[in-house]
Unconditional design. Structure first.
Length: 260
């Protein structure tokens, strides 16, 4: 872990520079530029709100805010995981010429996706004001929940980066699994209200994204405390998986160039 901390400090400038360059390149040829970072989640929120309210007639308090919170978290999580599978291959020109701790590539993607998520969450704040969502001190719990999301995302991303080098079809498998996980994470519906007990409790405890999304909605919309026991358990699992992922990357990163 000492080596990991030292490498994070050593390559932090590169990580930030690479993230900025990635953000600029994404909007370089777009007429709307950075506005797409707002329009993309906003348009999806409108579509899913229409499907939930008109087609399935599911009434949820502050429905657009409810969906937007889930969609922002999911975009960050799924985007990082899908990109991590092919990170080493996509950066072949860099990793084959200079030494770079491969987890730095994950940090770069997380900063890029995290920046877009924060822009989207600024819209959540505006929507909460517009819908007059009542708030109390529990809103500050959003920050530790966000930190847990970052840790869990890095944990799974580090594992996918390693195995993605050796398993060619892992990207396809990841895409399918994430599509299934999207509908099992309560992004456009409330698991507690729509899934019968005890399956709802089991789903929330076994699915970290479902648990985090539900917890963020509780502190931002419903002014209730999240269930800290499974959250802390998943946080510990995230730390453990992160250690395993970092260990695998350090142990095998010299062989990545030979494989790709």
């Amino acid at each position: 872990m000492i080596r990991f901390i030292n490498d994070v400090k050593k390559y932090r400038n590169y990580t930030v520079y690479a993230a900025k360059s990635s953000l600029k390149s994404e909007v370089a040829n777009s007429h709307l530029s950075w506005l797409w970072w707002i329009l993309d989640p906003l348009l999806f929120m409108i579509v899913y709100s229409f499907v939930s309210l008109i087609v399935f007639q599911k009434k949820e308090p502050y429905l657009p805010v409810f969906i937007f919170i889930g969609f922002n978290c999911w975009n960050f999580f799924s985007g990082c995981l899908q990109q991590s599978v092919k990170l080493v291959t996509a950066n072949r020109s860099i990793v084959s010429k200079v030494y770079l701790p491969k987890f730095v590539l994950i940090f770069e993607r997380m900063i890029t996706n995290g920046f877009k998520m924060m822009i989207a969450f600024s819209i959540v704040v505006i929507m909460m004001i517009g819908y007059r969502v009542p708030i109390d001190w529990k809103i500050v719990l959003f920050l530790p929940l966000l930190f847990m999301l970052v840790v869990i995302t890095f944990a799974f991303s580090s594992l996918l980066l390693h195995f993605g080098v050796y398993v060619e079809d892992l990207a396809n498998v990841t895409t399918v699994v994430l599509k299934l996980a999207f509908y099992m994470s309560g992004i456009i519906y409330s698991i507690e209200k729509r899934v019968p007990y005890p399956y709802s409790s089991l789903l929330l405890k076994c699915n970290p994204m479902a648990l985090l999304v539900d917890s963020m909605r509780k502190v931002l919309i419903y002014r209730t405390m999240p269930d800290w026991s499974p959250l802390l358990l998943w946080f510990v699992v995230g730390i453990l998986f992160s250690v395993i992922g970092i260990h695998n990357i350090y142990k095998h990163e010299n062989s990545y160039v030979k494989v790709i």
